[in-house]
Design a protein around this ligand. Structure first.
Ligand code: FES
Ligand code: FES
Length: 161
């Protein structure tokens, strides 16, 4: 077991974790943040994507102990304290950007990173950003439409991301 201290969705956490525990398992089982999903568990599907120190990472490929001292953001941190959905979450809902929702947390965290770096991405940039996230049911068209609806692109509005 190893000591670990980190900030998750602006909440400090200190405790012990087995050295072999992945960040995704740590978030789900130790912190109860089950919005971070596990699909392939070997870095292919993107369902486990979270943001660590500003960059999206595969939670299944990173060990929890590697996040020592880091700032971690998960899908649970997107909505406001009063439950008001994040602009991008609202857009997913409005534009039918999800069906079963399994891929959605990873999609959202990947896209949050994109929109922070590129607030007004082209359709191609959005498609490229989510090219490492697999969705088996919605199809990517509505996801892309949801993203563009919160940007300054035609058909969208400036987002507050
Ligand atoms: S579960 Fe991590 S990439 Fe698929
Ligand atoms: S909405 Fe079902 S996998 Fe994407």
């Amino acid at each position: 077991m190893q000591e670990i201290t980190l900030l998750v969705n602006n909440r400090p956490y200190s405790g012990t974790v087995e050295a072999r525990t992945t960040l995704a398992d740590f978030l789900r089982h130790s912190l109860g943040l089950k919005g971070t999903h596990l699909g392939c568990e070997h870095g292919v599907c993107g369902a486990c994507t979270v943001i660590v120190d500003g960059a999206s990472v595969r939670g299944c490929l990173m060990l929890a102990v590697q996040a020592e001292g880091a700032i971690v953001e998960t899908v649970e941190g997107l909505a406001a304290e009063d439950g008001t959905l994040h602009l991008l979450q609202e857009a997913f809902s409005r534009e039918h950007g999800l069906q079963c929702g399994f891929c959605t947390p990873g999609m959202l965290m990947t896209l949050i990173e994109l929109l922070r770096e590129t607030p007004s991405p082209t359709e191609m940039e959005v498609r490229e950003a989510i090219s490492g996230n697999l969705c088996r049911c919605t199809g990517y068209q509505s996801i892309v439409r949801a993203v563009l609806s919160v940007t300054g692109r035609p058909g969208g509005a400036p987002g507050d991301l």
